[in-house]
Design a protein around this ligand. Sequence first.
Ligand SMILES: NC(=O)c1ccc[n+]([C@@H]2O[C@H](COP(=O)([O-])OP(=O)(O)OC[C@H]3O[C@@H](n4cnc5c(N)ncnc54)[C@H](OP(=O)(O)O)[C@@H]3O)[C@@H](O)[C@H]2O)c1
Length: 305
Amino acid sequence: MKVLVYGGTGSQGNAIVARLLSQGHEPTILTRSPEKAAEWATQGVKVAVGDMGDVASLEQASQGMDAIALTITFVLPDLETAYSYGRNAIDAAKKAGVRLIVYNTSGPVLTAPIGNVGYDVRRLVIDHLKASGVDYIVVKPTTYLENLLGPWTRQGIIENDVLAYPVQENRSIGWIATADLAALTVAALEHPELAPLEVVISGEANLTGPQLAERISKGLGRTIRYEAMPLDVFGATLDSMFGHGASEGVLPGYRLLRDHPEQVTHWTDMRLVLRKLPVEMTSVEAWAEQFASLFAPQPVTQGEV
Ligand SMILES: NC(=O)c1ccc[n+]([C@@H]2O[C@H](COP(=O)([O-])OP(=O)(O)OC[C@H]3O[C@@H](n4cnc5c(N)ncnc54)[C@H](OP(=O)(O)O)[C@@H]3O)[C@@H](O)[C@H]2O)c1
């Protein structure tokens, strides 16, 4: 299968490219900056230069593709731009006669807008897909385990054996590994007969904060404790890392989970999903073991107290 991968140089798309390759398919990475895909190019992955704001470049990249793996980055300037990215990708696929689009929404799809670009664009893109006439499958992941690799959480595990995350202790989440999002996306690409389909995907276990910490502890082989990080502390860290105001793109989702958890689907019974999209899921313990070196306490160097 020839598959054009949007966001293939990003954290989610990168995993999709890897999975496509391991399943014997032919991914092409769509990027504005081919140097970001140079490593993949050495492994034989094709690279198409294009910008989601430039429909002509997407039409060219979509020529000859069997399918599209569509991911729209969370970091977006405004809703109209974000929506145009999705529209352009879908319209280009249609014009090129591509038979299937698998759209990874990157997170939960809400029933009503909340005034946040990253969240609100998802429903608009799904509606455009539905109206496009192109076969589609939408995968709606929950929260990635890889979010724990962000310095706001990772540093606390390394230094204090504390897993701090901006979610209350008693809120349950079906944390999913990005590799599983990729495996499920590729399984969807391999099953065009399932279209049209919208499916929530999550980790198999629905875990409170302390339960998550317990499983991470097992994977790392040492005891880690959970701590709910106040949203303002999380926001201040994001602002200091990515610039003032950066947190406003991210915090509304966490506020919603805190104040209206009933509006956000954060777990699904994967036994039902895996009947349609059969893949082997990664347990939280196995994920932690895989990334253990990134959570290891730093050795004290000579001369340090
Ligand atoms: N549910 C969740 O928990 C969740 C959801 C989303 C993200 N995250 C986290 O957020 C982080 C970022 O992940 P990510 O994969 O969304 O994004 P990312 O790693 O920041 O990558 C962004 C991707 O979007 C592409 N892109 C942006 N604007 C484009 C344009 N105008 N035209 C074409 N391509 C464009 C970039 O391509 P080029 O720059 O190469 O052109 C790049 O491939 C990760 O750490 C992830 O774990 C978590």
